[in-house]
Design a protein around this ligand. Structure first.
Ligand SMILES: [Zn+2]
Ligand SMILES: [Zn+2]
Length: 366
């Protein structure tokens, strides 16, 4: 079938919205009519050339839609199902899948590098030219073919423009707090960077009743958003070292600090804002090869834990439906995260808004 998709022909150039051919779903795959897709910073990292990718490629990995057709081996009853797409469909066989860490699935990672689906081929093409899939999702399009277990069923009560955020940003932020760091009620939290993921971390801290919840961001609008979403304090790094400001609020430092931007100096600030024996969680992703520094003596002497977080350590099939129910019930308040909605034809504008750091999530409605 012919679909409309935003194709990255080369890095550092605008995406090109046009017709692409999409083949039928093969064995253990489904065809999804996309309803909404968020723009994530990771998409921009490919567009900027910060991260390599095969070309041409249809970007987008934060999508929600409805299953329109199924391939061989997939139950027909799934047609009509409302789904969120995930970039971590577990193979079920690799060491990480066996450990219950589907977010690190080796087979999914290999497909991501190659820009293909499971069988090493693509369903996307333009005549004889292969068009690659991003992260087994490629949601910057009106339709997508994905592995059946990359399409996670969620309650239809959740509006697609909010549901799509569960494909990456919201799940990453919330579950970095609730699962990766396993923050307990009454523990103190600082979140550095109040973009989509950082604000979701603030929401996660609220869900499990962390106290206090300190948001750090140089932009007044972002600090105001964080306070609106449940942060108890907001810190402006322009007013002095944020680690000192945080230690003035929580003497001795917070139990857990989350770095949600991907800036090495900020990672060090997060590390220095944590109490002895506390935990620093690194979520933000800079270009590959970027190094961060921290005081090794402090880390060893005071048993400071530093955790990397990929999708918050979530196992999407297990955790995304629950987050969707929380969001549909209003207990996980996603509405304020979305500040712009626009059609696919305006995707380059959407990417520019995301890159500027102003506002919240930009959602493309399909
Ligand atoms: Zn696996
Ligand atoms: Zn993402």
């Amino acid at each position: 079938m012919k679909i409309r998709a935003a194709v990255m022909e080369q890095a550092k150039h605008p995406l090109v919205v046009g017709d692409v051919e999409l083949d039928e779903p093969r064995r253990d795959e489904v065809l999804v009519r996309m309803l909404a897709t968020g723009i994530c910073r990771s998409d921009l990292s490919f567009m900027d050339g910060k991260w390599p990718s095969p070309l041409p490629i249809v970007l987008g990995h934060e999508g929600a839609g409805v299953i329109e057709a199924v391939g061989e081996g997939v139950d027909e009853s799934r047609v009509g199902e409302r789904v969120v797409l995930t970039f971590a469909p577990p193979c079920g066989r690799c060491r990480f899948c066996l450990e219950g860490r589907a977010n690190l699935c080796l087979e999914a990672a290999a497909c991501m590098d190659a820009g293909t689906l499971r069988d090493g081929t693509t369903r996307l093409h333009r005549g004889d030219e292969r068009v690659h899939h991003l992260a087994l999702v490629s949601s910057f399009a009106d339709h997508a073919v994905v592995p059946a277990n990359a399409a996670i069923p969620v309650t239809g009560e959740l509006e697609p423009g909010l549901a799509c955020l569960l494909g990456c940003g919201v799940t990453t932020g919330v579950m970095s707090v609730t699962r990766r760091a396993n923050v307990r009620p009454g523990e103190s939290v600082a979140v550095f960077g109040c973009g989509g993921v950082g604000l979701a971390a603030v929401l996660g801290a609220g869900l499990i009743s962390a106290q206090p919840v300190i948001a750090v961001d140089p932009l007044p609008d972002k600090r105001a958003m964080a306070l609106g979403l449940g942060a108890t304090h907001a810190v402006d790094p322009a007013e002095g070292d944020p680690a000192d400001q945080i230690r003035a609020i929580v003497p001795g430092g917070v139990d857990h600090a989350f770095e949600a931007i991907g800036i090495p100096d900020v990672a060090d600030q997060a590390f220095r804002s944590v109490r002895d024996g506390g935990t620093t969680v690194l979520i933000g992703q800079p270009a590959m090869g970027v190094k961060a520094g921290f005081d090794v003596y402090d880390a060893t002497q005071f048993e400071h834990t530093i955790l990397g977080s990929n999708l918050g350590g979530a196992n999407p099939a297990l955790h995304v439906p629950g987050l969707a129910r929380l969001a549909a019930s209003g207990r996980l308040e996603l509405d304020p995260l979305v500040t712009h909605r626009m059609p696919l034809d305006r995707i380059n504008e959407a990417c520019e808004i995301t890159a500027s750091g102003a506002g919240g999530r930009v959602v493309i409605e399909l």
